[in-house]
Design a protein around this ligand. Sequence first.
Ligand SMILES: [Fe+2]
Length: 339
Amino acid sequence: MDRILVVDDDIMNLKMAEHILKKNYEVILVSSGQEALDFLAQETTDMILLDLHMPELNGLETMERIQAMDEASEIPVIFLTADNERETEIKIFNAGAMDYIQKPFLAEVVLRRIGRLLELFHLQQSLQQEVEKKTGELRESSQRIQRLSEQIMMSLASVIDAKDTYTRGHSMRVAEYARELARRMGKTPRELDNIYYSGLLHDIGKIGVSNKIINKPGRLTEEEYNVMRAHPEIGAEILGNISELPDISIGAHWHHEHYDGSGYPDRLAGEEIPEVARIIGVADAYDAMASRRSYRDVLPQEVVRKEIEKAKGIQFDPVIAEYMIKMIEEDKEYKMREQ
Ligand SMILES: [Fe+2]
């Protein structure tokens, strides 16, 4: 049974309200605004009938305090008033009341109005709960998909890195450096995610190159070199199916292009090379120098810095290379390297 709190300083009005309502509702009677506030601090109710004119706290003041309360602020309020001035009506609705009932009460009107408003209020409440529930479920499932995609991409990246004895952790580091470059370039969080994933999978085309070639200790023959150079296109083809993240295929396709047009596979130059690929190109070359190879150790940081500087505008986009140089200069302990 719905509960109704009736607030009125006139005992006759309280009795009258109780008489009308008690058949259909649990009725609580209080005779001042303060008593109503005390009650609401302890207990709850489905509706409040609030007298407008009361000594000390009047109806509007009481309403204001109810609205400042945590849970009680949600309870629908109907004002009881003997006034029939337009201005009172406006004040009542401005205060956030659901409706008002004219005194003296007509039993039929009171019951109908309260019944209808309660029904409306409960409907609204359950609708709101349903929306909240569905929104929560949706959020949760989209977070799960996000985590799942990330885990799959990480696994793929480790598959690539496992193929090459000398590139352990390479994809992960390139992804991190590329994301940091992009962050400094002012990219949005969504773009940062895309760039990170592109970095993770930029070398996925190496899956299509035989282990013998990838791990060959000496120089590659021209034929072997050509097979190796096919990895960007193989990668682009593999990732081309991921239509939700078009950037990752772009990163794989053109990360070996050079700013001066001397790279591969398409000899693109300058801004013809998509920005994602230019960013990954810098991060990739940086990590190649800052990690061990079969024939050498990690290069000294100063050597790496100079190489990036030298290739500005030749191999690298000069602006992105400049961001990389800043990162190197801030990395006082040379932490950005294969450990
Ligand atoms: Fe590559």
